[in-house]
Ligand binder design. Structure first.
Ligand SMILES: [Zn+2]
Length: 75
């Protein structure tokens, strides 16, 4: 299968309704794609930024809360 023959229709449809203000770099081909994208538009590989980002966000948030509590209660 030629490289430029991956599911272009699906990729075009996926582009609509996504937030292009939140672009992230594809971990495979390093091209900018929307954060909510399911597959990379350029290389077609599945990406999962939304879930990963929120998971990292909450982990950092909880860590900050725990650290703040530690400094408040043990100083
Ligand atoms: Zn890619």
């Amino acid at each position: 299968m030629p490289e430029d023959f991956f599911d272009y229709k699906q990729i075009t449809e996926q582009k609509e309704g996504l937030d292009y203000n939140q672009l992230v770099e594809c971990p495979y081909c390093h091209k900018p794609i929307p954060k909510d994208a399911i597959n990379c538009y350029y290389c077609g590989k599945p990406v999962d930024f939304g879930k990963r980002s929120s998971w990292v966000y909450w982990t950092v948030f909880i860590l900050i809360i725990v650290l703040l509590s530690y400094f408040i209660f043990f100083n």
